[in-house]
Design a protein around this ligand. Structure first.
Ligand SMILES: Cc1cc2nc3c(=O)[nH]c(=O)nc-3n(C[C@H](O)[C@H](O)[C@H](O)COP(=O)(O)OP(=O)(O)OC[C@H]3O[C@@H](n4cnc5c(N)ncnc54)[C@H](O)[C@@H]3O)c2cc1C
Length: 459
């Protein structure tokens, strides 16, 4: 089938990527796994173009994989079967910032960090802040139900999506929700689409709610003599009235890796583990009181307050370290597996201690960091230069043990990166066969020919 000819009536040739060297980018995401190149990649600019492309693809039984900016870590945007990619990268306009209703209407390809900065110019705040915020798209965030450090106080992407325009696999344009903060009208399809990992259709427009921008923010970097104390400190702070907006946890080896990656000293080197805590609000004195309460809590543990960052330069330095951890892990490893599990916060100490036991059993380094404030940790199984063969022999077994332990502790396979290709074989740990079958049937309602991002998420 001449695909270029098929679609060139809808979008111009310069927005149809067909050269092998250019298609390489569309054959993987940040998980760096390759199956095969897509047949072509289409770069539409409007919902109508997407609708027409999908209608043609549907009628010709062509497999479609939607894509944002390819920063996904679970392989959702990777073509497995011979497929066409529909990338939203050129749908990158903010349509409206409605200050009266505190809403933003946007195309899906807008970079999340740009969206945040634009609304801040109006004194408004869009809190979800994945560490990839300067390279991922808002449509990708909604499709993955992404979160970030500030989820502790402000919630994840899901909590801000009020309306979705969406095109079904056969090309029908639909709208769910709108500029309303409550909606009890019909089935909640909007929430079904959030986190559906591009398996049900393409999101083409989003209405997101905003909140007033807090006037002040302070960051505290606190070092602890043990990982247990750091995690317990996080839990005590969460249960107090301190109301942190972030509580990020980093164990010592993660901090050392960030130092190595950034090529300079991290602000603090002491301790076995750090917590990076942000406190924000509109009243400086009240925030200072919350900082004092935080210090009192950590002093009862083996924590010592090391650094308070009050201005944006100091804060940027701290957060640069935290946000570099993904790349730092990549740099320190020959190969790496990562998990993104989430457990009830009371189970976090147990989870961390169990995954560290695996390190001794299998003689493979396991490094943890992440969002202690909401029980979501990134667990990295590392193959180092000095690996004696243990990694390749045992990593599958280690992944299975981590996921089984997580579920045993009442947790879930993914807190924010999604299931995609890599975790779908473990979905039976969380769902019964009947629960999985219900989800497969739902997928078939949207996509009866199973042409839309097939073989993702559901086993
Ligand atoms: C360094 C680094 C740090 C990260 N930190 C975080 C973090 O803190 N929190 C977090 O949650 N994630 C994090 N991620 C993962 C990733 O950035 C998020 O999953 C992000 O939401 C993906 O957005 P994207 O635009 O790159 O989507 P892509 O990778 O292009 O796609 C992701 C999935 O969404 C689907 N999709 C994309 N756009 C659409 C659309 N318009 N309609 C329908 N389906 C669509 C795709 O089919 C795919 O299944 C990180 C990644 C990296 C590399």
């Amino acid at each position: 089938m001449d695909l270029i000819r098929l679609f060139s009536d809808i979008i111009s040739l310069e927005r149809i990527v067909s050269k092998s060297e250019l298609l390489d980018k569309y054959s993987t995401d940040e998980s760096s796994i390759h199956f095969s190149q897509p047949l072509i990649a289409l770069l539409p600019k409007t919902t109508e173009e997407i609708s027409k492309i999908l209608a043609i693809a549907y009628n010709n039984d062509i497999v479609v994989v939607p894509r944002g900016l390819g920063t996904g870590l679970s392989g959702g945007a990777i073509p497995i079967k011979p497929s066409i990619i529909i990338s939203t990268e050129l749908m990158n306009n903010i349509i409206e910032i409605d200050t009266e209703n505190m809403m933003i209407v946007t195309e899906p390809g807008v970079i999340t960090g740009n969206l945040q900065r634009e609304v801040e110019k109006h004194g408004l705040y869009y809190p979800p802040d994945p560490a990839s915020l300067d390279s991922c798209s808002i449509g990708g965030n909604v499709s993955e139900s992404s979160g970030g450090p500030s989820a502790v106080r402000y919630g994840t992407t899901r909590d801000y999506v009020r309306g979705i325009e969406f095109v079904t696999p056969n090309g029908t344009i639909m709208h769910f929700g709108g500029k309303v903060r409550k909606d009890a009208t019909g089935y909640n399809i909007k929430d079904l689409l959030i986190g559906s990992e591009g398996t049900l259709g393409i999101i083409t427009k989003l209405t997101l709610s905003l909140i007033p921008l807090p006037k002040f923010k302070y960051d505290m970097l606190i070092a602890f003599d043990s990982i247990d104390d750091a995690i317990n400190g996080a839990i005590i702070i969460l249960r107090s009235s301190i109301k942190p907006s972030t509580i990020e946890f980093m164990e010592k080896r993660a901090i050392e890796a960030a130092k190595e990656f950034l090529g300079n000293e991290m602000p603090v080197q002491k301790g076995e583990a750090h917590l990076l805590i942000r406190l924000d609000g509109d009243n400086k004195n009240e925030i200072e009181e919350r900082m004092i309460s935080t210090s009192e809590i950590v002093k009862q543990l083996t924590g010592y307050e090391i650094l308070i960052a009050e201005n944006s330069t100091q804060q940027e330095k701290l957060w640069k370290g935290r946000r570099s951890l993904h790349d730092a892990m990549v740099k320190m490893s020959v190969k790496r597996e990562r998990e993104d599990v989430v457990v009830p916060i009371s189970m976090l100490p147990k989870l961390i201690s169990e995954v560290h036991k695996l390190e001794d059993i299998y003689n493979v380094p396991v490094i943890a960091f992440g969002h202690a404030g909401d029980g979501n940790v990134h667990i990295n199984i590392i193959k180092t230069k000095n690996d004696n063969g243990s990694f390749d022999k045992y990593y599958n077994e280690m992944i299975k043990k981590i996921l089984e332990t997580t579920v045993y502790l009442g947790g879930k396979l993914s807190g924010e990166h999604g299931i995609g290709i890599f975790k779908k074989e473990f979905m039976h740990l969380v769902f019964t066969e009947e629960e999985l079958e219900l989800q497969r049937k739902l997928k078939m309602v949207f996509d009866p020919k199973n042409l839309f991002n097939p073989e993702k998420m559901l086993p």
